[in-house]
Design a protein around this ligand. Sequence first.
Ligand code: ATP
Ligand code: MG
Ligand code: MG
Ligand code: MG
Length: 469
Amino acid sequence: MTSTNDIRRSFLDFFAGEGHLAVPSAPLVPYNDPTLMFVNAGMVPFKNVFTGLETPPGPRATSSQKCVRAGGKHNDLDNVGYTARHHTFFEMLGNFSFGDYFKEQAIQHAWTLLTREWGIPAEKLLVTVYHTDDEAFDLWRKIAGLPEDRIIRIATNDNFWSMGETGPCGPCSEIFYDHGDHIPGGPPGSPDEDGDRFIEIWNLVFMQFDQAADGMRKELPRPSIDTGMGLERIAAVMQGVHDNYDTDTFKALIAASEGLTGVAATSDTTASHRVIADHLRSTSFLMADGVLPSNEGRGYVLRRIMRRAMRHAHLLGAGEPLMHRLVPSLVTEMGQAYPELGRGQALIEEVLLREETQFRRTLDKGLKLLDEETGDMGEGGRLDGETAFKLYDTYGFPYDLTEDALRARGISVDREGFDAAMTRQKEAARAAWKGSGDAASDEIWFDIADREGASEFTGYTATSGEGSV
Ligand code: ATP
Ligand code: MG
Ligand code: MG
Ligand code: MG
């Protein structure tokens, strides 16, 4: 079996052999984009290169980039534990051409690596192209010899990438792996494409146009390439398993969680072990990159993820704080590829212990209240917004934790009622605020608080120019 660590290495070596400069992962906190909460794609550190603001490190580059998708446009938090393919933290393998090679070579490289270098059977693969991109369609015929029914034309934005309202954009082509007809789910473009049978492993973005403010697109003189492949997903394929959570890295983390809780992963407990393993990675990597839990901004997103994992630890019956005791296993699995984990280990453990100790003080009471309020509800029930807000405000339950806690029982939460209660509390705080005597600065403060949420950062706006890949 090829380990995840070997696959990462093999990808970078392959592209280095094709003249790409291997660059280390950038930190999870973007240095070049204040509107973006966390780096969520391999191209993010290269944004300014693609727009021409910075000189590229070379004409071609390759990386394995740490990514977090736990808020904003790309929020996979609610998928974790429930799909085979989503994490809050994952690594995106990428190769980049900065005005050097274009479509033909990008497709050639991808196909060679997957089928020749790695020996993945061609008949298990299918691809999508943007519906008008005849060039990509023909290249897949020519290079891969794929039959026409396995080159699917997609008309939605899933296959058209743009950096924002203006700037570089272009069609993309995604590569899917068919895990077999025993798994529910349809091919891309079909009504049940969100199932887990056909799993998207690699997205090739062809940056072909420059979009002006009036929506007009003109061909870029030197088009570029940006690709992204999920390391955990390709590891599942190469290790002969369907589910990312059955790959070597996750098996080790889940075994550690089983060992420390004394609870085996069964159909009842698997989701909790998965959430714990996933959230251990995202929270540890975020702290290794300098994010600490707080009540706003990035720190609040971190705290939300932590507390969610901590509820699952509690659900498994952990009598004492658990998360900090799992960090050594993570360092064993990933510390060699990411030395910042080892450097940050003591801090990460200490913060996790402190947070979990503190949260456990209110967790029990909050869960009791939640039980009282929903005890007689069946599937299809709905928790009122006032209670969800009380759980948030008094017991420190992030909104999504309450939602997650009720999900298994098919009970939803009144989000509007929650938001209304939050707004009421903010208005009350504003009315009670006597002011500093400096009206202008008070106003600015409240503007910011309204926009960002005094205690909850609501995320960056959808159009703020996040990369899809
Ligand atoms: P999906 O449709 O499965 O949610 P995506 O289209 O959102 O994936 P992209 O934005 O195209 O993903 O990112 C490029 C690649 O990164 C994907 O092809 C996939 O292999 C990987 N990837 C994306 N999101 C995740 C995630 N949450 N966890 C693990 N891997 C991911
Ligand atoms: Mg997605
Ligand atoms: Mg997709
Ligand atoms: Mg995609």
